[in-house]
Design a protein around this ligand. Structure first.
Ligand SMILES: Nc1ncnc2c1ncn2[C@@H]1O[C@H](COP(=O)(O)OP(=O)(O)OP(=O)(O)O)[C@@H](O)[C@H]1O
Ligand SMILES: O=C(O)c1ccc[n+]([C@@H]2O[C@H](COP(=O)([O-])O)[C@@H](O)[C@H]2O)c1
Length: 191
């Protein structure tokens, strides 16, 4: 049977409850079979922002999703070891799994940036996008994105990295297991 799969691509440095909430809301509202969290190898548009390794990002993601039986991890971009252009990834995924229907999930900041994406016109033809509003971003677009109305969450990975570096609490902003991992491995300037 044709499965409906949501893809949440990201850097996840670190993953936080914003990612988990949007994934669960969309899974439920779109009646998807699963959500795959897809860490990129090299984000196309970001400088390296922290000293975490790919293994750290992957492990934190595993710890984040382990209690949800419909949350999975898609490692296709980690295996390719190149800049993670979504168009290339989705072409490959659709070749590998031709029977599945894919939905690519993006937050408002990424929607603002879409005109700069690699082969954006072709990508829009290839996969349905689901957009989530995000505080501080316009999230307006002429691309055919389906917007979904879910609680807006003012949390970002950069906010979390900054709080940790300043010795401030991040309790409840990300899963406890991930906080323990960050402390154990002294990530993001943990004091
Ligand atoms: N709080 C949020 N609300 C809506 N979308 C979000 C939220 N946090 C992340 N996203 C979306 O999830 C995807 C992956 O995000 P990413 O891993 O880059 O986290 P981030 O919080 O945006 O990180 P950073 O602060 O380092 O830019 C992107 O499409 C992003 O827009
Ligand atoms: O393909 C592109 O040109 C492109 C440009 C920017 C971001 N993306 C993808 O969008 C997703 C969210 O990106 P990020 O950097 O906010 O984590 C992630 O899967 C990126 O690989 C893709």
């Amino acid at each position: 049977m044709k499965k409906k799969i949501g893809i949440l691509g990201g850097t996840f440095d670190p993953p936080h409850i914003g990612h988990l909430i949007i994934a669960d809301q969309i899974l439920n509202l779109y009646k998807l079979d699963e959500i795959r969290f897809m860490p990129n190898y090299l984000p196309p548009h970001k400088e390296k922002l922290s000293n975490t390794t790919i293994q750290d990002r992957l492990r934190m993601l595993e710890l984040s999703i382990k209690e949800h039986d419909r949350f999975k991890i898609e490692t296709i971009e980690l295996k390719r070891k190149e800049k993670s252009y979504t168009y290339n990834t989705m072409v490959l995924l659709k070749q590998l799994e031709p029977d599945h229907e894919f939905f690519f999930i993006i937050g408002g900041d990424m929607i603002d940036y879409l005109p700069k994406w690699y082969k954006i016109e072709e990508l829009m033809e290839l996969v349905q996008f689901i957009g989530v509003e995000r505080p501080m971003s316009k999230g307006e677009t002429t691309y055919p994105i389906q917007f979904i109305d879910i609680p807006s969450i003012y949390i970002s990975s950069s906010m979390i990295r900054e709080k940790i570096a300043n010795g401030q609490s991040v309790k409840y902003l990300l899963p406890e297991h991930v906080i323990s991992y960050i402390e154990e491995h002294k990530l993001y300037g943990t004091k």
